[in-house]
Design a protein around this ligand. Sequence first.
Ligand code: ZN
Length: 275
Amino acid sequence: MKNQKDLAKLCIHTITTKPWSLEESLAHYAEKGIGGISVWTDAYAKMGPAKAGQLIADSPLEVVSLVRGGFFPAIAASDRQKAIDDNKRLLDEAAALGAPLIVLVVGADPNQSLAESRKQIQGGIEAILPMAQELGVKLGIEPLHPMYADTRSAISTLKQANDMAIAVDSDMLGVVIDVYHLWWDDQLQYEIKRSGENDLLFAYHICDWRVPTEDMLNDRGLMGEGCINIPQISQWVADTGFRGFEEVEIFSTRHWQTDQSVFLEKIINAYQDHA
Ligand code: ZN
């Protein structure tokens, strides 16, 4: 029998069990001994971040990150300023929630080059870093699969994320590795090592790539349902000395339509067997 993985190092994103309220997610995750929760803004839209933070503080779970900020690039300077203001508001929300990290989906504007979008992303991050420092909330650049390079992320590879984080050179800025976005990259092992050597590895997200994938956004697979060699990538991450949470982040219309308690059992089994 193989060793059981420690559920205390398992974190689940609220979006993964989207049909549940935050209270329901906390109760069900805690009952299973899951150690962490990453909170999407929609999970506290009604109650506000302070109330949500209190609920989590009163639970045995640790808040791992707030998801998500970013979307910095825009051709119009006024839109870029609005993005900076929105991200500053989000930093206040992260502090109220007690989240030590905001995951950044950095954005892209298809009416300009990706290089120009990346410059604006760096500018946006630099504009909010002093506030991040003051609040003690870190920022993690999450590279997205290149199929999203039109509007969601001009940063498609871990190399690009590492390069930017190294250029900005702040303790508060690092990277977020998500196997769904990066599994195909032949430089992944090298870049994960580089993230580790530069103390940039802030978070690690897992799920699977279904074959065929029927929807670009909401057809992510449970670990083991697809073609990603998750144990291999997890090993590369562990080899850097990373001791953070393994975060299950699945957007799936298929799974959201099922009984979420049964789905949570499947997540735990998939985590034990395929991650
Ligand atoms: Zn992710």
